[in-house]
Ligand binder design. Structure first.
Ligand code: CTP
Ligand code: MG
Length: 227
């Protein structure tokens, strides 16, 4: 039953990566991050459509990359991640019950993770894959350490995140009205009072932000190919 729509956010420029090409089009192991992200989304048996938010002017390129994987739409992203989510949400069919939000920059997420967050959505408004924090986390003001966080209550959030479409639409609309921007979609739902749960994330599903991350992703794909 292909009852879910996946939004893949690919409209960022990748400033911290520092290449000419927008980050989502940068290849890892010979395949653009966008192809990897969309391929994993559509390999999930419950995903029937992918909506890609692409950088302005790169919509045709995004379309060409995504075409082989199946049902998709491409929209022009906005100046912030939030604006890109809103643009993509407008292209999600009204009758859709569940929506996934996924960063193309997490190109190594598996299709099993898409399935896991969708499955865990029953009875909840949102689901976030999360991995435990292994470092000790300090609260710092300037140079001064003002506290040490209790690690048991901390987790690092990943994408894909799964949401009830109505909760996601409502949380985003209210956040925009309030002039608030969050770093992930779950945060908008939390702020709006919705119930969000976690499922185990994937340690290999790190966000590719810097040149070091890109090199690490290349290595992990090489290792996977070698077996
Ligand atoms: N994103 C987006 N629209 C924006 C900004 C970001 O769709 N206006 C997407 C990116 O393409 C990425 C994801 O949101 O897949 C997470 O953002 P980030 O890793 O910060 O990517 P960039 O914004 O491209 O990188 P940077 O912040 O270094 O410029
Ligand atoms: Mg960014």
């Amino acid at each position: 039953m292909r009852d879910a729509v996946a939004i893949v956010l690919a409209a960022g420029s990748g400033e911290r990566l520092g290449l000419e090409t927008p980050k989502a089009f940068v290849p890892i192991g010979g395949r653009p991050m966008l192809a990897r992200a969309v391929g994993s989304a559509l390999a999930c048996p419950r995903v029937g459509l992918v909506v890609v938010a692409a950088p302005a002017g790169a919509e045709d390129l995004a379309h060409a990359i995504v075409e082989p994987f199946g049902a998709h739409a491409v929209v022009t992203g906005g100046p912030t991640r939030h604006a890109s989510v809103r643009a993509a949400l407008a292209a999600v069919p009204d009758e859709t019950a569940s929506v996934l939000c996924h960063d193309a920059a997490r190109a190594l997420a598996t299709s099993d993770l898409f399935s896991a967050v969708l499955e865990a959505l029953a009875g909840w408004d949102g689901v976030v894959p999360a991995v435990p924090v292994s470092d000790t986390v300090k609260r710092v003001r300037g140079e001064m350490v003002v506290g040490t966080e209790s690690r048991e209550e901390l987790a690092l959030a990943q994408t894909p995140q799964a949401f009830s479409a109505s909760a996601l639409r409502d949380a985003h609309a209210r956040a925009m009205e309030a002039g608030l921007e969050f770093t992930d979609d779950a945060a908008a739902l939390e702020w709006a009072g919705y119930r969000v749960r976690t499922v185990p994330g994937e340690p290999a599903n790190f966000k590719i932000t810097t040149a070091e991350d890109l090199a690490r992703a290349e290595r992990s794909i090489e290792e996977a190919v070698r077996g």
